[in-house]
Structures are given as structure tokens and as C-alpha cells.
Write a protein that binds this ligand. Sequence first.
Ligand code: COA
Ligand code: AMP
Length: 637
Amino acid sequence: MANPYEIAFERSIRDPDGFWGEAAESVHWYKKWDTVLDDSNKPFYRWFKGGEINTCYNALDRHIETGRGDQAALIYDSPVTDTIQTYTFSELRDETAGFAGVLADLGVQKGDRVLIYMPMIPQAAMAMLACARIGAVHSVVFGGFAANELATRINDAKPKIIVSASCGIEVTRVIPYKPLLDEAIKMANADSRPDKCVIFQRSQASAEMMDGRDVDWAEAMASARPHDCVPVAATDPLYILYTSGTTGEPKGVVRDNGGHVVALNWTMKNIYNVDAGDVYWAASDVGWVVGHSYIVYGPLFRGCTTVLFEGKPVGTPDAGVFWRVISEHQVKCMFTAPTAFRAIKREDPNAELMKKYDLSKFESLFLAGERLDPDTLHWAEKALNVPVIDHWWQTETGWAICANCLGLHYFPVKEGSPTKPVPGWNVQVVNTDNQAVPAGEIGALVVRLPLPPGSLPTLWNNDQRYIDSYLDEFPGAYKTADAGFIDEDGYVFVMSRTDDIINVAGHRLSTGAMEEILADHPDVAECAVLGVADQLKGQIPVGFMVLNAGVTRDKNEIIKEVIQAVRDRIGPVASFKTATVVGRLPKTRSGKILRGTIQKIADNQPYKVPATIDDPTILGEMKEALVEIGYAKTGND
Ligand code: COA
Ligand code: AMP
């Protein structure tokens, strides 16, 4: 007999209207939809067309009306400032309504963009929810990005207002945000600059305010008039989240309002097995999709308590902080990236610090963002003694494509697999002719259209790039740009990206964007940046440069300069700390750099000398260069 997962999955594919129409009944609508799935303008599918909804109402007000006003909505736990602060649903709604009033007084209207560049403080969530409340479109930019990346996003989103804070706090230092913000605004095109900036002053660093442009958060809130929720079309955009594409130009992933509320609300119970009143913690950052979906929106839609954590898995103050947070706030389900657990395992291999805490309320750990290596999986399983669940998703999809859906049916875990496609996701492995391949065979992982609600309807102001990037290569399907296979039991295995994207500590970065920066250096003739295996961060970028003929400068100086340039133009989050100068790069006879082969040498993986290589002796030179910088110690020749 089919289990609840199989029944749900089958129905979601056969009858998406019925499946999602039913799921949509559990959320609040001002006006119900005319059609659940509108496919009249393929390939642009729209969910809940004709419906009117408000995302903030579904996250906050709805729960107050059903008697949860005094329940904790958000717990801010900040070991870096020694603060724990709880907001009930009523308190969070009042703060949010107040800030919505501030935005409205500054002229923000439905459809206007508001860029949010903030550290992990409750005001970041309030700003997001306040935008949703008045129908404005937020675009959160991660604090670890440099001014240049911020400027690119300002240029694309053209925000009316930017909301920021005086500083972020890292393990060893306070990072003033305002100078980065001011520089980014200066760099941005004149017609994209914001009218005003609202700055939240923190006690760790005070931001210098610019007369006439900058508004102090606290002062504005003191006289704010609370703003009510504004109904918006289900298909109206809720947010834009920029993510790495294959060039220096990030892609503006759009999320709509209606499909997003319905899908995320559904995932809380069916994937994570949590419900109203439970405490859920995603240890990520609001600058990433995980933070959008599972620090702010998903848990609040469901009436859960969400934990907003400003700290790191290690060093704030030690590798026991995750256990402290779980125990102190009675967390039932936690979500983070495998890299966080690798960091803890490295500092506390026997999980000794865990013994200090009562984790009896803790029921499951979910991991995503990068491949979950078997060591980390088994270490976490053994230490925690709860299901450890790998799930696979992307900024674009907004929620998990594949998972072990704990609320539907728990399948035995297979190492290296995020288990099975979640209801709504018709996942296939195809060859270059877009034909499904037999079980066990590696190919491109695609999702047959339509994608479920909550996934990206398009890219901001760029329908053509949406088609070119995701829909062109495999007609009728969404290209995930991941390669992998599905085994005989229907388990999906995600192996690697098919483009130049790498995952560094769960952060998604484009090596192409780094190459553009290296190539801009006046002494560099050509270059390649590759993601090589790293024990802590999963992958880290390593640069290879061929210098222009006649360059006599010290190569270490040039290396230092390119490392600094990546830090300045992309940001510290790129973790670009290693580069080397080589005499030439291995290429095919047609001039294509053999990145895959270099990567295999660096990772000590067996490799074949490609038949198309221009000059095979160069591989020996590459190996020497890699050994010199600490890689390729035992690879074959
Ligand atoms: N603002 C400013 N700088 C930031 C920042 C922020 N919000 N976040 C990170 N940085 C900086 C860091 O200080 C570091 O700078 P450094 O090169 O001067 O040391 C750099 O960006 C890289 O940061 P990070 O990748 O976080 O590395 P780390 O060495 O500080 O910490 C881990 C390593 C594994 C502990 C950390 O990556 C982590 O906790 N990861 C959890 C996973 C996660 O949140 N994934 C997100 C998707 S789920
Ligand atoms: P992001 O958009 O930052 O969420 O990154 C998405 C990419 O991260 C995916 O395309 C995968 O390459 C990788 N990824 C995310 N989750 C997993 C997972 N569970 N297993 C393997 N790779 C993953």
C-alpha cells in the first residue's frame, strides 16, 4: 500500500490544481484565486491568479487573531552581544506595523523596492515583514558582500529606500556597515540611488549620518504611525534575492506572494514535521534564501517560534553554542549547512560540550546548501541520536526539491542522497537530448514544468535571462544546473554543478565572477578559478594565473593584489585566499581550459589525460604548482 508520501507525491504531479488548491485553504486570503495554476502564458506559469493576499498578515496578524498573540514569535539569540530577546506575535506585529508606517511616510508604496543590508538582528526581519505589509518588494543583501556587489544590486533593483545598520559583528571584529553602504551608493548609477536610508544604530559602532538622506531607525519609530496590511495580488512580487549566476551579474530571483505563503506553510508540517507552537531554528543568515524561507517566513506562516541567531557554530563562545541554543529555547527542529557541523566536529570531535545540555525536546536536524559528506552525517547522527536529514534546494526553488519528508513518511537514509523528490517537484535525470536516462545513470537533474508554487516565476526585469538560464536547454523542464542520478529505489543523488558555481561554507559563489576580477589585473594574461575540496568549507576557490610576457614583478605581490581585489569587489564571503602563478594553463586544442582535470588533480582524484588536450606535459606542471600551494599531494600522474 502506498504511504502518505507516495500518495501526496503522485497527486501533486497528476492534479497540481487539486493538491495546491487544498493546501491554499489553510492560509488567509482577502480574495480567493480564479485559477490555481494559470498556464495560459507558457513558460510563465502563475499560481493563484486572481487571488489577493498579504504575506505579513499570514506571518503575524493571523496568529494573533487565532489566539497566539502572547506566544513567542521570534527569539533573538546573540552570543556576540550577549543578548537574548523574545518578541511575541503581538510585539513583532506592532514593531513591524510601526516600521511599515515609517516606510510609508518615507513614500514607499506597493511595488516599490526596499533594499535591506543588515546583520542578524530582529530589525532585519521586521524590515522584511514591514515591506510585505505594505506590498513593497524587499531585496536583502548579505552583509559579507563588498560595496561593489551591493552597488550591482542597487543598480538592478533601483530601491526607493535602503535599510541598514551601523555594524555587523563577526567572531573577532566589528564590521562597520555604513562606510560600505555609502561607498556602494556612490558607485551605483545616479538613477538607481535611494531617496533615503534608514539606519539602525547599534551600540558596538555608531554610523555617521548624512544630512537630508539618512534617517535614524529609533527616531523614526518613536513617531511612527502603525500601518495596516495592504492586500496584494497573489502574483505580485514579494522579494528579489540576488544569487550568483555564471557571470559577474547576479541573477535577481523573484518570489511571488501567494504561492510562497501556500508552499512554505505546507513545508513546515510536511517536510520538517513542525506545527504552530513548536520552536524551529534555521542557523543561517537572512541574506540567503534559507534565511528568507526558514528564519523569517516559513516558521511564522505556520505559527511556530523562530530563532534568529547572531553568532557562529564555533567561537561564539565555543563549539557548544548550538546545543545551548537548542536546549535553552527548546528547539524541536534545526536547519543549517553541513559546514557548520564540520566546524563543530573539528573543535569538539567527541561532542563533549553536548553533555552539558538537555536536548530532550530536539527531534530532527536538517542540512542543506552543499553536499552532505558521510562523515558529517554519521557524526551528527551519533552525537544527536535524531534523524539527520539532507535536503537539496536552491535560491531559485525557495524550498526543498528533494528531502526525506518527515511529516509524511520517513525513509531510511542513504549516504550521499537527499532522499526523494518532494511533492510538487517532478525531478528527472536526462541526457543532452532531454531524454530520461535509466536508473543509476548520471545526467542533468531537471524538473518538469510547471514548478510548484513558491518557486521563482522569473528573474527581476529579465524574462529572457530566466528563459535562457533555466528553460532553454531542456525544453519543458527547469534546469537545476546540478548533475546526479536517481537509483532503483527512487533516491536522488546530487553530484556536482554543471556550471561554474561553487559552494563555499554553504555560500553560493561564481568562479566566473572571480575570474573576471583576476583577468582585470594588468599583469594577468589569462586565469582560471576553481573550487577545490576543503575539509571545513566543502569547497574553496583557488586561482591560477598566467602572467603577461615580460612581467618582472614579484609574483607574490601580484597574488596579494588579486586576493585583495576579490575581497574588495566580491567580499570576504568569497574566502578567496589562495592563488598561484603558472607558466600556462592546460587547454583543449580548441583553447578551452581543462578545469575538470585541474580540479581532479587538486582534489587527489583519479583523472584521465583528455584526448583533446593540447599538450599533456602541462598536467605535470599543474600538479607541481598545486603541490606548492598545498594541494594534489597524492594524486596519480
Ligand atoms: N558580514 C561581514 N563579514 C562576514 C559576514 C557578514 N555577515 N559573514 C561572513 N563574513 C566574513 C567572515 O568574517 C570571514 O572573513 P575573514 O576572511 O576576514 O575571516 C569571511 O566572510 C568568510 O566567512 P565564513 O564563510 O562564514 O567563514 P568563517 O571562517 O568565518 O566561518 C563557518 C566558517 C563554517 C563557521 C561558517 O561559514 C558558518 O557558520 N557556516 C554556517 C553555514 C551557513 O550559515 N550557511 C549559509 C547557508 S545555509
Ligand atoms: P543556493 O542557491 O545557495 O541554495 O545553492 C544551491 C546549490 O547548492 C545547488 O544547486 C547545489 O549545487 C547545492 N546544494 C544545495 N543543497 C544541496 C544538497 N543537499 N546536496 C548537494 N548539493 C546541494
